[in-house]
Design a protein around this ligand. Structure first.
Ligand code: ADP
Ligand code: ZN
Length: 213
């Protein structure tokens, strides 16, 4: 029996930060498709080379490439008791792909992290990530102890290339057009919980604990 938690929500709402906290609490790996893709780009693997241009523009990477990465990650041993999914599915086709991943007995929760465009844009423009380990910081809300340096691994903190105003707008569009419509599917299954995610992490986690266990 696996426990699978899907994190939905617009870019910057905190899927990665919330997912990482839940991952520690529930002892399940956080699988971030964005991180898998960024690693592939960094290593210039076959998939990484193909994905790079889409990501720079804030567009979705072709489904088959993303699914290949995801499937490979899910079949690793540490995901045998379940996993937390950040960044998948993002469109109708990926919903169908994910359906094939589920097996009898899987327990699934989908959480829809919600917040206004204003909060999202504020969070994304203050976001910094560790070049080495991917840890996420916010210059005001979650600042590193030493400016520009990751608390966890000493790596350099950088701004993501797609966190520029123009690309943020594009990613918000993709979320509204491609991803939002698929929420209905999970709602109909009775898996979906809406979570107000504009407050600080501890408050958001409290709301999640009420419905996901
Ligand atoms: P965010 O949710 O903040 O946009 P992510 O790190 O999850 O950031 O994703 C970054 C980029 O990676 C996306 O803009 C897209 O190009 C690509 N990507 C991530 N997940 C998927 C997916 N499921 N399908 C296609 N492309 C994806
Ligand atoms: Zn780090």
């Amino acid at each position: 029996m696996r426990k699978i938690i899907i994190a939905f929500g617009p870019p910057g709402i905190g899927k990665g930060t919330v997912g990482s906290a839940l991952s520690k609490e529930m002892k399940l790996p956080l699988i971030s498709v964005g991180d898998l893709l960024r690693d592939a780009v960094k290593n210039q693997s076959g998939i990484g080379k193909k994905a790079e241009n889409y990501m720079k523009k804030g567009e979705l990477v072709p489904d088959s490439l993303v699914f290949e990465l995801l499937n490979e990650r899910i079949s690793q041993k540490d995901a045998s008791a379940g996993f937390i999914l950040d960044g998948f599915p993002r469109n109708q086709q990926q919903v169908i792909m994910l359906e094939k991943v589920f097996i009898d007995g899987d327990i699934c929760f989908a959480m829809n992290l919600e917040g206004s465009d204003k909060v999202i844009i504020e969070r994304l423009s203050n976001r910094r990530i560790c070049e080495k380990c991917g840890a996420i910081y916010h210059l005001v809300n979650i600042p590193p102890e030493k400016e520009g340096i990751c608390d966890k691994c000493g790596g350099k903190l950088i701004q993501r290339v797609d966190d520029s105003p123009q690309i943020i707008a594009k990613r918000l569009d993709v979320f509204k057009n491609d991803t939002k419509p698929i929420l209905d599917f999970y709602k109909k299954k009775g898996w979906l919980y809406s979570i107000f995610a504009e407050d600080k992490l501890s408050e958001t986690l409290k709301l999640i604990h009420k419905v996901i266990h």
